[in-house]
Design a protein around this ligand. Structure first.
Ligand code: FEO
Ligand code: CA
Ligand code: CA
Length: 631
């Protein structure tokens, strides 16, 4: 996550204790209400586990000793585990690419090398559908860059053309073949034919209902269907047919000059999405006119989408799926509905924004090629979470309710281009920065992560966002009606209210706090095969004083709510990924922006090489005895 300002410099316990405890809807009231709902939900979860026939797996304990919180500049995993650095920023992904050299690095080098700030990570077996994870494809997003840690002598606002071109090439996504040896060590194949870089300049296609809309047409693309690049790709997902979904998050920061636009619909939409009125810190607009809104008002509408990429076909053009809406996308967790339709759960990671899901019109088929257009037709919904623990998926459909021409929505394309504005009109619940979302593969319950929201005032507290000035975040558990991902109704409960367990406002699904690791600012999440939730954090140093890390928590059984710390990251890094191989024996974590806050000349971290500037990297974690992670 790029530079979200909502991290505190003091313990959230102090801050949370200052929240008005007697106000209607205060945390105490909300947690008590949630507890009664939780009992109901627990009963529901138990029955779901039985239905799934995997109850024993869901209740299996976690067999490692939690690590202690740390502020050390090193990566720490529990006793009995080891990690290997698999891919560093600048590692070559093709024959003939020069060895990385921070003092002599070109855009051409970068376009064929591993990108910066790794975020979403997933592992797919080779070939597609194969059962052996010893050979696979690692798909990794490159969300943003830290130019001050990439270029010696970098001056913000005065980037050179060469620096900007490297910067553009360091964004995007990498597909890299990886292999695992008998000891469980993972290495990458630099010369694999599957290796691919997608950058901020890669040609891609706009598809779905908004493709070709006048607001998507530019001087360079009068068709409104062809875009160069994807930006600020944060978390994402994998479809049941083996493609990756990559989420464009804080795309607004790359565009400059919205203040030059006359008052009108375009200016209002750019303001709703946070497009800067003046210049940008990165200065791309100085060398790429398309990032200057005064020259190209519509280019910004071509970003903020979910991009579908086929990792198994290095030549396949990435597709921006407009049917999934336009906002600051974070998650893209997929599920199949009871009737086979594809469902994608998504978050809009900004304070007071929303949770969404998309349900396809057609059903997934056995042939992966038949699924290629499945995300172009369907219904987009936004969530309303009511105080009584029930919830409704509100359809974002042109012509229904207030989504009419009188309110600026003349077509479904208008709804999708201004998804935030449409969700506002429907009265969707304004959440505390929805980050990642995942569906439990054992129970079917859905977990939506709210990372924090220091801006929430006491008067804005509600059931699903129970703390004013929420600096530590929380996790919401959602049970779809009938356990069907396509349901229109659901029940919800607070699963975790994060922070130091000594803080009375925290809650860990009812588990005794004395056995719980401190955790704050949850961000990316993943499930293991047993249904345990693995949580990566972003912002612990500013909220509870510890380096970010990875935590695991059972979602069912007697240890439901027992959070245990599994990994501690180096100085300045947030942790992303996380992802398992299909056999659960390798666990990938993306270490993003180690040393953030320093410079090439004055680095605050030396990770991972122990010398030179820090380099964002993906690590593979294994058990030294070769057994499954966490078991
Ligand atoms: Fe890029 Fe919302 O984290
Ligand atoms: Ca983040
Ligand atoms: Ca994130």
């Amino acid at each position: 996550m790029e530079r979200h300002p909502a991290t505190c410099s003091w313990k959230c316990g102090n801050l949370c204790a200052s929240a008005p405890s007697s106000a209607p809807g205060s945390l105490g009231d909300v947690v008590l209400a949630s507890l009664s709902r939780r009992d109901v939900l627990k009963a529901g979860l138990a029955s779901l586990v039985v239905v799934a026939g995997r109850g024993l797996a869901a209740e299996r304990g976690l067999g490692f000793t939690p690590i202690a919180p740390s502020t050390e500049d090193r990566l720490i995993v529990p006793e009995g585990y080891a990690h290997d650095v698999v891919l560093r920023w600048g590692d070559p992904l093709a024959r003939g690419v020069r060895r990385f050299d921070i003092s002599d690095w070109s855009a051409r080098d970068q376009a064929l090398a591993f990108g910066y700030n790794c975020d979403f990570t997933t592992h797919l077996n080779l070939p597609w559908g194969g059962g052996d994870p010893s050979r696979g494809l690692l798909v990794v997003n490159h969300e943003y860059t830290n130019p001050e840690l990439m270029f010696p002598g970098y001056t913000e606002g005065s980037a050179t053309r060469e620096q900007v071109e490297v910067d553009v090439a360091a964004h995007g996504l990498s597909v890299v073949e990886v292999r695992r040896d008998r000891e469980g060590r993972v290495t990458y194949a630099y010369d694999s034919g599957f290796n691919r870089r997608v950058t901020g300049d890669t040609p891609m296609e706009l598809t779905g209902p908004a493709a070709g809309h006048p607001l998507l047409r530019t001087h360079a693309d009068p068709t409104g269907t062809r875009v160069l690049g994807m930006l600020n790709n944060c978390s994402g997902g994998v479809t049941p047919w083996g493609t990756a979904l990559s989420c464009e998050e804080n795309f607004h920061q790359y565009f400059a000059g919205a203040g030059s636009l006359p008052d009108g619909a375009v200016a209002r939409m750019h303001a709703r999405y946070g497009i800067p009125k003046g210049r940008t810190a990165r200065g791309w607009e100085r060398f790429y006119g398309r990032f200057d809104v005064s020259l190209e008002p519509n280019e910004a509408f071509r970003f903020g989408w979910v991009v579908e990429i086929d990792p198994y076909d290095p030549l396949a053009m990435p597709k921006k799926r407009t049917a999934l809406g336009r906002f600051l996308h974070e998650a893209a967790a997929t599920a199949l509905a009871a009737d086979g339709r594809a469902v994608v759960y998504m978050g809009d990671d900004t304070a007071f924004e929303h949770i969404y899901k998309f349900v396809s019109r057609g059903a997934s088929g056995a042939d992966r090629r038949s699924c290629s257009g499945l995300l172009d037709e369907g219904t987009l919904f936004v969530a309303r979470l009511d105080a009584d623990g029930t919830g409704t998926w509100l359809p974002l459909v042109h012509g229904e309710g207030p989504l009419t021409e009188a309110n600026g929505f003349a077509s479904q394309a208008d709804v999708l281009l201004n998804t935030r504005g449409a969700a506002d009109l429907l009265g969707a619940t304004k959440m505390d920065r929805p980050e990642d979302i995942e569906r439990n593969p054992v129970t079917g319950a859905v977990y939506a992560v709210m990372t924090n929201n220091a801006k929430r005032a006491g008067s804005q507290v509600d059931g699903a966002n129970p703390r004013a000035a929420n600096r530590c975040g929380h996790v919401v558990e959602i049970l779809e009606e009938g356990n069907d991902a396509a349901a229109r109704r659901f029940r919800w409960s607070l699963f975790l209210v994060c922070g130091d367990p000594g803080d009375p406002s925290t809650y860990f699904a009812g588990f005794p706090k004395g056995k719980v690791s401190p955790i704050s600012t949850p961000d990316n999440v993943a499930f293991d095969r047993a249904g345990n939730l693995w949580i990566a954090t972003d912002g612990q140093r500013g909220s509870i004083g510890n380096n970010d890390g990875i935590f695991v928590v059972p979602t069912a059984g007697p240890e439901r709510g027992r959070v245990r710390q599994f990994l501690s990251a180096p100085e300045g890094a947030e942790v992303c990924g996380p992802a398992f191989t299909s056999d659960g024996r390798t666990f990938f974590a993306a270490i993003q922006h180690p040393g953030e806050g320093g410079t090439v000349e004055k680095p605050s971290s030396r990770w991972p090489d122990g010398a030179g500037a820090p380099r964002p990297s993906v690590v593979a974690i294994r058990r030294e005895d070769g057994d499954a992670i966490g078991a």
